[in-house]
Design a protein around this ligand. Sequence first.
Ligand code: 6PG
Length: 469
Amino acid sequence: HTAEIGLIGLGVMGSNLALNIAEKGHRIAVWNRTTETTRRFAEDAGALGAMIVPCDTLADLAAAIRPPRPIILMVPAGAVVDEQIRALRPLLSADDILIDAGNANFRDTMRRFDELDGSGLAFIGMGVSGGEDGARNGPSIMVGGAPSSWLRVKDVLVAVAAQYRGEPCVAHLGSDGAGHFVKTIHNGIEYADMQMIAEVYGLLRDGAGLKAGEMARLFQTWNGGRLESYLVEITASVLATEDPETGDPIVDVILDRAGQKGTGRWAAIEAQTMAVPATAIEAAVAARSLSAMKDERVAAEALYGAPVTAFSKANRRAVIDDLESALYAGKIAAYAQGFAVMEAASREFAWGLPLATVARIWRAGCIIRSQFLDDIARAYDEDAPANLLAAPRFVKAMQDAHPALRRTVARAAAAGIPVPALSAALAYFDTYRTARGTANLIQAQRDYFGAHGFERIDAGGAHHGPWSG
Ligand code: 6PG
């Protein structure tokens, strides 16, 4: 009756992942800090209870699993993971595998690999996306670690992962921190997607004067086309939902102050560290931080007056018609940035990240799942572009969609409606496709005040300007 695998941490994600594993026929031993939680979990598991071994102590857990033991940690990221590893170590033997399935910072994951190096224990840093429903019914799983560790847990992970047209959404992406890094970029892109959708909602609400129900129908229509995605789908569903207390649309009674747990910010920080522009992701993180400054915003509106001028009636139809394309163009730019960050990290950490595979395992299970990711997978399969914006299929798509993004950002600016992520996406695109930029002036300034030198367009080598004074 020994279990095949163990799991520590029976919060929502841990419980659901354990049930998913049990349901796929893998006997699983579970332990939680509070024994009460462990017992209740096993009792509530119904028929799946037969596949679950509840353990009161960590020693019981270790004894319940057939060596070499794979043990999943689904505990809050940070110090708790280190504490848990410390508590487990004396109970484990060589070749056991610890799998951190939380939202770890990949730099912590790299450190943990170093700390366990030479201990005989194997380690896997595993990104899991899809929220509670994903954990229960099929998440997208991003694995980082030694290929030998992956091979030992592959069967279980393939069984529990989401499937996109029969293909499991799980893959070994690289060594040590690769899985958690890719999860971090997933979350950065998640932030950008959510922010751009919220900006479109703002244009519809404050510019075009639409009611939530009308917007719900628009998003639902868009979800039937190239914007088909989980986030657009749930946006339609959210906008169609009433508040049971007041009967108003639920969005109208929710405070406009966004939370964030840090993974989106990490994506922006890592992009900056590697000097890869990820401006749409950065704008989305900043927008959440600005949203949290509710009191200051209320005070500032009193100082400056409400900024918004609604679109003229005559203009409304054109505005709305452009939004689908604007969102699509913004999405292309934001994903181009996220994938460029992964490309750079892959080089820096020698992960060899398979970017087409990353796109493929994001097609189902995860929060950013969409049809669009299938196009990205094909783009990387076809021609390994330097940037998604240079991939032939996206050149065509962007040529078609960027004029609408441009008109949308212009209208938003004129009306005083903030669209930080959409405008960052547009500025990125415009800068990326401009052969002769304006950094010649920056170079002149740098040389002027600091003799940093510059290159000339008509001669090689380093040069200085004829500055006086
Ligand atoms: C996922 C999500 C998830 C994330 C939450 C909350 O892929 O399932 O990214 O891992 O933790 O969405 O993130 P924030 O609190 O930062 O919005």
